[in-house]
Design a protein around this ligand. Sequence first.
Ligand code: A2P
Length: 282
Amino acid sequence: TPKGTCLESVKIAIDTGYRHIDGAFVYYNEHEVGQAIREKIAEGKIKREDIFYCGKLWNTCHPPELVRPTLEKTLKILQLDYVDLYIIELPMAFKPGDAIYPKDENGKFIYHETDLCATWEAMEACKDAGLAKSIGVSNFNRRQLEMILNKPGLKYKPVSNQVECHPYFTQPKLLEFCRQHDIVIVGYSPLGTSRDASWVNVSSPPLLKDPVLNAIGKKYNKTAAQVALRFSIQRGVVVIPKSFNPQRIRENFQIFDFSLTEKEMKEIEALNKNVRYVELLM
Ligand code: A2P
């Protein structure tokens, strides 16, 4: 991220009406996000409690004794007293240390054996300490969610599971499981993400070029992006679109003045290819 871009984008987003901000230590721009929030509070535009900030526990910080210090580091970077939601970013752990992607001499990731349930207990302690209002997970499958839900002595269950979700990857089974357990699905890459082949599976066609999304958009005078976002929120999936472009930031917020018919929802659901853009091969 070019310096300052994130700061400006978050300020524009807040002015536009966005309140939910999805961040992470590994995005390396939390300092700018925190600054944007604090500036908007100082301006009197918002109060801290209007903002819903989600932070994430990275893979190298799963050992229980690292969880709270890691969150405290995030809070120091943000210069905020608490996050609204703190989530385990991925279910697998890497070797703790300064390297965010620790690799051995053959270039292979160095994993680390930890007990997800113990990590979860440390997350619960963060909530009890008031450092996180709510706690959740990300990239968890059903089996991994069940591990937490069935943990003896569970104090708080995950409030949310952040996973890839959009018209080409609709997650019907996971969505149903999470509904049954009152776990909110937060859909990342709701626009089909970027076309950066270093981490995106570009063999799957670009979502926003889809003829069905574009045809439905035409009817409502909306873009394919707006239709994709509307589709997700209408099925109860929280969306976290990313844009550093002021016009697109505003465009992605103009989704509350129209609704898709049941037939259109079905048509879009039928686009599901069960193929991820973000394969997370690690
Ligand atoms: P940019 O930041 O230049 O706007 P996702 O949220 O699914 O991860 O997608 C993010 C990608 O989609 C980014 O490359 C972003 O680029 C682009 N993008 C965001 N909003 C729109 C939009 N309304 N129309 C087209 N592309 C968009």
